[in-house]
Design a protein around this ligand. Sequence first.
Ligand code: ADP
Length: 753
Amino acid sequence: MTTHGKSGTGPLAQHHDRYSLDGLFLRYLRGQIRIFWPRIGFVALVSLVLGFVVSPLAGVLGMTVASTAEVIDGLYLRYARRKVEQGADTRALRIVSTITALLHGTAFAVGAATPFWVSSLFGDGGQQAVDPVFTVGLLAGGAINAGLTYPFHKPAAIVRLCAYALTPILILATGRGSFDDMGFHLQLAGLLILYGALIWHLTFVVRSFSRIRSIMLTQALQQQELEGAYQRLLSQQVEAKRLALVARHANDSVLLIDQNNKVQWVNEAFTRITGYSFEEIQGREPGELLNHPQTNQDTLDKLIEGRRARQPFRLEILNRHKDGHDVWLETNQVPILGNQGGEMSYIAIERDMTAAKQNAQQLEEARLAAEEGGRAKSDFLATMSHEIRTPMNGVIGMAQLLEETDLDGDQRLYTNTILSSAKTLLALINDILDLSKLDAGQISLNPCNFDLHQCLEETIQLLLTQAEAKGLTLEVERDVDLPRYLVGDDHRLRQILNNLVGNAIKFTEKGRVKVSVEMEPAQDGGVLLNCAIIDTGIGIPKDMLTGIFERFSQADAAISRRFGGSGLGLAISRRLAEAMGGRITVTSEIGSGSCFTLVLPFALGSTAEATALPNQEPKGGNDGLSGERILVAEDNRVNRLLIQKFLKDASVELEFAHDGAEAVDKAKLFRPDIILMDISMPVMDGLEATRIIRASGQSQPVIVALTANAFDSDREACLAAGMNEFVTKPISKSQLLEVLASFSDIQGVQLTG
Ligand code: ADP
């Protein structure tokens, strides 16, 4: 759609609007409307002349014909102007206005020729020949006028010109004279000259118009450019004002430094940060006032190097405030070229980092303190664990020995109570130790190829008695194609299952506990073990479902007290599962039961490598032992007594050393097959003693660490010192015999250190 809508606001756009088809048309309409009344006046005047000179009838007819067409054309042009100004499509308007122009042109021509047609139609004007000068003069005037409108509305101008041009020819053709008449020839020649003059006039109009148009275009372009430049200048001014405002009021200090490193300008923040006013620093090098005796020389060198390289750079530098206190600044310096391109100056934007530096320092101190605290906690736990384990070894060991003697009912009850209490205490110590290892990230996993089926059976077997004692059914549902051998830390798997199934039994009064085990392939080519432990117990309140995995957290203190427990099991289990790359989740319904889901990734194992865990019943008496020489290095009297009692019936030769140094001596003299080596001993510890024994040329015994130090790091240290096995206290008689029996096979084998 062609509309007379403005295409823009700039001078160029205005120019295009003026000279577009629609713009020209509008200008035509406005021009014609402007001269409407003068034209009517002209028609009236001419009609008056006709009335007087030719006849009143000619005057009336001429006026009627010409002014009717004038009014029709004028009214339509007004209507068209309104439409164009409203943005209507101009195509139809231009066509109709061409028709009204034709009507108007024809009527004007008819009006101009009134003397001829009135005299021939009504015989008015007598018999004298009518001179065409009046008609031709009028038509020529009309043609000049129509020619002027040509650039604005070509079709309208053309139809008018045609009407004006044809009329004299018609008059000539229908005249009374003969074609051979000289008068006719002269009139024809005059007419042609007139046409020529009109064509020349038209050409002149068109050329002037296009010249004006191109001048206007040039002007519009220049004006546009001027306006653009003005706008740019204006926005640069605004930008400069803004920048000045930002620089002046910025929180960071801003310095302008010339190529000689002299300060040209600083903002208010500079004074706020350094204490120096603009007047004090102006024309001086910043370092003169700001450098601190402890300002790092490397930093200063980097600053000089940065300037030399004419590159932006960033540094943290220690400065001194005017009042003497330290100020840490982060300086960002950017080079700027002067107008001639040679003179280089710098903008330095400096941020006060003092508080941030102090915070970082405090944080670092806090971190070190926390690390120190963590170390102290670990040391404390290690010491406590050791210190508690040592007497526990005595308590449990002696209680076990007591249990083997002839006891009456009460005595047996007391002994059993001592034993079970001691074991509970030991489990608690183990839990706390595990948790502190997990906290310290010291838990190490010992993956091996293990028999999953055996692992599950043994774990369930251990808990079966508890379940039966409560009248619960404990069932295991295994996936039919559950693989048998997996690679992973089965010891930790047992620990987690033990806790989850143990809890299920503990918190279920009646009904059943079901353990369902499934396996699905994992993305890494391994498998995901999926164990669901479902019980029909008391359930867990919804709002406690996440809380129960926190340490020392119990869903309901009163209920939990009834069932017993420390609130550590789930915290340890979840963190162990996470350390193994898996997770534990829970769903539960109060009164209906709970479902704990354990998901752990494992690699698939193989039959050949599977390591059967010691599962044999403790060998009674001297099973598997045949006169081995055993040296026990132990500083604690009770523990020495205990081992002596444990091995009283075993066919072994026993010797004791009270410290590491004595152990080294006795290893030479006594030539033991196996040494049970405590670690923490006076004079010389067990690790040192082991190293010396291993370094000696003598035949090498099996050395088993028997220690209350239970951390993985202790185990690693023992193995690194050259020991063969690591056993933690408290140790039971059966365990001791089992360990000794396992090494009796290799006794006599020469071990090299
Ligand atoms: P503990 O059992 O020694 O208190 P846990 O960390 O193993 O510690 O469990 C934390 C708490 O979670 C328990 O005290 C108990 O309130 C809740 N809980 C754990 N397992 C179950 C279960 N199967 N049914 C109901 N409550 C459970």
